[in-house]
Design a protein around this ligand. Sequence first.
Ligand code: F6R
Length: 337
Amino acid sequence: MTLPSTIDPQDMRNLVDHFPQLLNTLQLEKTIINLCKDYRKKGISGICFLGMGGSSIAGNYVKALLEQSSKIPISLVRDYSLPTSIDTDWLVIAVSYSGNTEETLSGLVQAKERGCNIIRITSGGEMGQESEDPIIRLPTGLQPRATLPLMLSAILAVTEILIGSNRTDFGKLESLIITMNSSWKEWDETPKEMAESLFGKVPIFIGANHLKPVAYRAKCQVNENAKAPAFYSEIPEANHNEIEGFFDIYGCKMIPIFLRSQHESTRIARRLDITYDLYLEMDLSPFKIQAQGQTLLEEMLTLTHYLDSVSVELAYLGDVDPVSVERIQDLKHRLST
Ligand code: F6R
């Protein structure tokens, strides 16, 4: 796979700007396509995505997108061990950008011991060493979280073949996001303006249905790129707990950010509207961000591109380097000694 020549791995704004192109950069090899077709024919009991942090997001998106329509369970493991139900007839898709993340390696060992079918997605490390498992190889030298579009295009394509659903046209998706987001004119505020509104405050990204993982991704991107606190929550669940504990406290200004979709059911839309009003009455200054695009996937990705850009602008406002993640590296180093 060749990355676009304009990519600069040391510049997070450049990487986020390439989000649409990166969705259409990785083409699955014929051997992987045929293998997935064989699994489909043979029948598998379920699909399990294994991965941590930036390497878990793509699986999270695919699960949210396809689990309602899939006849087999789609499971996401972000830990050391696999549930006992994940066994021989499952396909485990182990994702680790570095190929050295210990939780993912531990899950992979278990998957092997249980005789699961396995596909690895990595740029190298231990997981990238030659093995009998098929490997989808990612280019080296990038931050894992910046490779979401590459990982997603691979994982979504594989899952669509496995469950027999229509294949996504990533070329179309690339053009659509470029059209929607090239000047940000479809959005109420540009990412920079949104970052200026959020700077010095603590955002809580709130999503329902397919926008739950988008809210989670936004929280992680603010944490990792802007080195700032951020949280996420899910509707309807947050209506049964968080709503009681949500007010300005300890001098910390919380900003609820509602991620909205044109696909909301009447009840979910009503919940989001009422929750927004309640927070407004509590002087919390909530925001609404309407996802752009027609399909669920288009909404997820236009919004992710927008919010990734917000996180980078927040980093620049806070004068921090959005690429480096020194504490994550320090922690991994201490664990390894
Ligand atoms: C760093 C990042 C992290 C890593 C995580 C797992 O950009 O996003 O969340 O993704 O520490 O590491 P990998 O992806 O190498 O398995």
